[in-house]
Design a protein around this ligand. Sequence first.
Ligand SMILES: C[S@@+](CC[C@H](N)C(=O)[O-])C[C@H]1O[C@@H](n2cnc3c(N)ncnc32)[C@H](O)[C@@H]1O
Length: 243
Amino acid sequence: MLDPRNAISSTLRSLGILAPRRIRAHTSVTPLGAREAYRHWASTYRTETATSCLDEELAQRMLGQLSRRRLLDAGCGVGRRIAAIPDAVGLDASPEMLAAGGARNVVAGDVRAMPFPSESFDMVWCRLVLGHLPDATNAYQELARVCCVGGHVFVTDFHSDAAAAGHRRSFTDQAGVVHEIEHYVHRDHIGIAQATGLSLVASDEGAVGTSVRRFYAQGIGLKAYRKDKGLKLVAAYLFRRMA
Ligand SMILES: C[S@@+](CC[C@H](N)C(=O)[O-])C[C@H]1O[C@@H](n2cnc3c(N)ncnc32)[C@H](O)[C@@H]1O
């Protein structure tokens, strides 16, 4: 059972973020840890949010024709991003998320200690996961380890600008109640990655704009949309393993 003291009463649909105005109104709320949050979010997670929509746009834009022949999605959630990719493998810390997705080729596990031999994949994704970890170093070491030399690692995260503007990660449970999820801001993805032997190929950002206007229209409203327009919600990095 969710502790009702952690809930923000609302029937509004979640953007995948919680706007600052709503946080100020509920300052006593304790964010849920990722493990508990995804246990409860699993059954409705498949519904896209502004954040997940921008994440997918960035992936389409940055990954282009790069090989997905041996692909690992580390922190795959319900496995929605790999569902149509033959032989792709998923890993996630939440058995509930994996079960809700019903995907094949998935395993429960921690991105910081993955059960795969070194250099098993030529493309490794880790999308909207690392902000749930207090320290991203071990995760980057593992992402680099399981990627073959010359292969690519693609990482996205909730943008530090959105966090600085007071937005928080959130989800709406089956009862329509909004919950905040624990999040850690990592400002030096590139430096941490480079220390593990990954070299930056490209970086990009996903900002509030027309492609996510509908989430505002269905949720917190167009006044909030106009205020947030241009705010960066997602940061994305494409790395190559050099040695
Ligand atoms: C926002 S969801 C993203 C899911 C998926 N990447 C997507 O874009 O649809 C974050 C996921 O990270 C997983 N996660 C959090 N901490 C993790 C860890 N230490 N190891 C593996 N997965 C983790 C959660 O269980 C959750 O499914």
